[in-house]
Design a protein around this ligand. Structure first.
Ligand SMILES: [Zn+2]
Ligand SMILES: [Zn+2]
Length: 109
């Protein structure tokens, strides 16, 4: 058995839930639209500036979209994708690569 107050409370909770759900859906729709817009703008910019995105940190070959990978050690350098040689060459120069034999912080201090 439910009282009038219980019904009122239940109705208010249901209304609040529906409103929250509505707001969440609106936010999600907005986020999706914004992401799509950003992607489109990025594509347009890439087209306007040409697809060249930079140069390989190892071999200086120009890199196009989809032809490079970022340094696996995370220094941000771009390297030819599908060219293990470029990664190997970059590694000794990479400031983020873990090195056991040189440049220990204790020695440089
Ligand atoms: Zn390269
Ligand atoms: Zn690196």
């Amino acid at each position: 058995m439910t009282s009038y107050v219980d019904e009122q409370v239940a109705a208010r909770i249901a209304a609040a839930k529906a409103k929250a759900q509505q707001q969440r859906e609106a936010r999600e729709a907005l986020a999706v639209a914004r992401a799509a817009g950003l992607r489109a703008r990025h594509r347009t910019k890439m087209r306007r500036h040409g697809v060249r995105l930079g140069f390989c940190a190892s071999c200086d070959r120009p890199l196009m979209r989809g032809t490079y990978m970022l340094c696996p050690d995370g220094c941000g350098a771009r390297l030819c994708r599908g060219q293990p040689r470029c990664v190997e060459q970059h590694n000794p120069q990479c400031e983020r690569a873990s090195r056991t034999h040189t440049d220990s912080p204790q020695e440089t201090a």
